[in-house]
Write a protein that binds this ligand. Structure first.
Ligand code: YH5
Length: 277
């Protein structure tokens, strides 16, 4: 179960950790392009030392209620960081984008994964990803980031999310993206209330049975605040719990802010699976 991320071959039979590097305005309120690049690169270096197999770079904030950014602004934020990491670090680069121009340009600069919370539904995005020739992560979201948490509704969240993802897989294959390059993500927190998120987490092994590697992102999210009553800065223990549960249920890639701690947690799951294989 190896997948090739622009030359970085990664074994997805064992759970791997993806570290988040944000290049959004809310993470750099002091501004200054060099300072941003420098800070992002230092953060990426730290996450690689801590054991991240992937670095996820996002230039558009998808948090509920966040402002949208122009294509040029997103290109300006993301591309220099992709280029710098690709030149300096031995790690697979994931780019958190829905924008065709950003997909094309970041793949040219060395990105190894297109991570799209909109599952390549924007005009031209699917074809840009197919032409880039790198793997894609197709994520489920109900609604759009600005409004998705206002009234999420499902009759059956597991079957609706699975159906959506398999529909996007069919579109991806028609566009020329082979199964070997497809990763799926149920999209925790993206148009889901606490119960939806918990039902999806419980059913993750069922989604794993769809036959594609799964990426999951629950690190520090609101659902963990709802469960524990903790502020965002104090959600590491809960994040480790859900990372462990997801890895136990077959998740291949765990997207997190706290790489060092999560790597230890998934090593325990790996050891257990290895010893009892
Ligand atoms: C994801 O699940 N999530 S960005 C709200 C928070 C904390 C964190 C405090 N990109 C995912 O990390 N890509 C994001 O409340 C993602 N899967 C994939 N594939 C949201 C985020 C966050 C949001």
């Amino acid at each position: 179960m190896e997948m090739n991320f622009a030359g970085h071959k990664i074994d997805l039979a064992h759970p791997q950790v993806m570290g988040v590097v944000n290049v959004t305005p809310d993470s750099f309120s002091d501004g200054g392009r060099f300072n941003q690049l420098d800070t992002a690169l230092a953060q990426a270096e730290k996450l690689v030392r801590e054991g991240a197999a992937f670095i996820d770079i996002g230039g558009e904030s998808t948090r509920p209620g966040a402002a949208t950014v122009s294509v040029d602004e997103e290109l300006d934020r993301v591309c220099p960081v992709v280029e710098a990491i690709s030149q300096r670090l031995d790690v697979a680069i994931s780019v958190d984008t829905s924008t065709p121009q950003v997909i094309t340009e970041s793949a040219r600069l060395g990105a190894g994964l297109v991570n799209d919370v909109r599952a390549l539904t924007k005009d031209g995005a699917m074809q840009a990803a197919a032409d880039a020739g790198i793997p894609v992560c197709l994520m489920h979201m109900q609604g759009e980031p600005g409004t998705m948490q206002q009234a999420p509704h499902y009759d059956n969240v597991v079957s609706e999310v699975s159906r959506f993802l398999m529909d996007r897989v069919a579109v991806a294959k028609e566009a020329g993206i082979p199964a070997e390059r497809i990763i799926l993500d149920p999209g925790f927190g993206f148009g889901k209330n606490l119960e939806h998120n918990l039902v999806l987490l419980e059913a993750l092994d069922q989604m794993h049975a769809l036959g594609y590697p799964l990426l999951v992102g629950m690190s520090r999210k609101t659902m963990l605040g709802q469960i524990t009553g903790r502020d965002v800065a104090d959600r590491l223990p809960a994040s480790l719990a859900v990372a462990t549960i997801a890895a136990m249920k077959g998740a291949a890639i765990i997207r997190v802010h706290d790489v060092r701690e999560t790597v230890d947690a998934v090593k325990v799951v790996s050891a257990l699976k290895e010893a009892t294989a």
